[in-house]
Design a protein. Structure first.
Length: 370
């Protein structure tokens, strides 16, 4: 194998492929990156759950394939000068030259690297990278880390008509984003669940650009194609929460407020809350005013935020982080909070009735001392 390419391009590709490399594995090859130089240079990382393959522009003089330890290979390329990297190998001894630097390291047999799973096509959708990135980032925080319900450790992708809905739920909150996408009129509806760990990598691979990203649903896997990079992940199987029934929508109390002002108030009161000093936020919704307070072992804090609407003095407790996560993720300058009772969930929506996002946060029971 022999090729040459720009250091910056190779470094970027190693960084991308490394995201799917096993830090420790019973199969040593999975701790490495598979390099394949044929008609193009491909780098692949795979941890038996998620696989990432990316293509690098390179001048290939001799074809071949081998596996290199991801950490050492990445460290070497990162510390090389900004120049053309010349890469050659013979009998699993790899020579890397760049400027005045030269390394000789050992590679592994590519036969020991498991093949990426084949994605048997069932359905697909296309959308801009920017839209996909924002939809994932604005729902990923609500993915569960509780392995007792594996289906909820991923996000539901639901495609109906001309729309894509992504839903995440963890038992304490729910996050939903909806966007219109280009699809053929009358195309079949379909849905699948993608592991949160894989979506975290898809979010990093996507850029803030209008260029298309494609998502392909297979029988057991799902594939994301973003530019020259492909990610394959095993689909999660099981019964996902029937979210439409879970979200209460006929709430008598509707409060509208400025998203940044609400976040700022919660942020200030949360200064005396920590992992060691946990305490719920006590929220009192009055006429055009939200009063927020909390009390911990180091003291108490209060803040007020102007809102539109009358909460009739409703008092309700929330986990400060869950309420903050939802408001920070909301892609709108103003939001509507829908409430019913002190023990019912709070539903957060855009105040313009577009419903392109919905967040639900379950309340926390307040004690007299809170």
């Amino acid at each position: 194998m022999k090729f040459s390419c720009e250091k910056a391009l190779l470094q970027s590709a190693i960084s991308t492929a490394s995201r799917a490399v096993s830090p420790k594995s019973s199969i040593p090859a999975l701790e490495g990156i598979l390099l394949e130089a044929h008609s193009e240079l491909r780098l692949t990382g795979y941890n038996l759950e998620t696989g990432i393959r990316t293509i690098v522009p390179a001048d290939i003089q001799e074809s071949g394939s081998l596996v290199l330890g991801a950490r050492l290979f990445g460290d070497i390329i990162r510390k090389l000068p900004d120049d053309i990297v010349v890469f050659s190998s013979e009998n699993y001894t790899v020579n890397i030259k760049c400027g005045m630097s030269e390394f000789n390291i050992l590679a592994t047999d590519p036969e020991e690297f498991p093949e990426l799973p084949t994605v048997e096509y069932q359905n697909s959708l296309d959308m801009s990278q920017e839209k996909l990135k924002s939809m994932i980032s604005q729902t990923l925080f609500a993915v569960s880390d509780n392995e007792s319900r594996p289906i909820h450790t991923g996000s539901l992708f639901e495609v109906e008509g001309q729309g894509l809905t992504i839903v995440s739920v963890d038992g304490y909150r729910l996050a939903l984003r909806h966007e219109e996408i280009d699809r053929k009129e009358g195309a079949d509806a379909f849905s699948f669940v993608v592991p949160g760990a894989a979506l975290s990598e898809v979010e990093k691979i996507c850029d803030h650009v209008d260029e298309a990203a494609s998502v392909t649903q297979g029988a057991r896997h799902v594939m994301f194609k973003v530019g020259d990079t492909m990610l394959v992940a095993r689909r999660l199987e099981g019964e996902f929460l029937a979210y439409r029934q879970a979200v209460p929508r006929n709430n008598p109390i509707r409060i509208e407020g400025d998203t940044r002002s609400l976040i700022a108030s919660i942020d200030r009161v949360s200064l005396i809350i920590s992992d060691k000093l946990k305490s719920p936020l006590r929220c009192v919704f009055e006429e055009n005013l939200l009063k927020i307070s909390t009390r911990t072992a180091i003291g108490d804090a209060r803040d007020e935020c102007s809102v539109d609407g009358d909460g009739g003095g409703l008092e309700i407790g929330f986990n400060n982080k869950y309420l903050m996560d939802a408001l920070k993720a909301a892609p709108a300058d103003r939001v509507r909070l829908e409430l019913s009772t002190g023990v019912s969930p709070c539903v957060i929506l855009p105040d313009d009735d577009s419903e392109n996002f919905l967040y639900m946060v379950l309340p926390v029971r307040l004690k007299a001392g809170d």
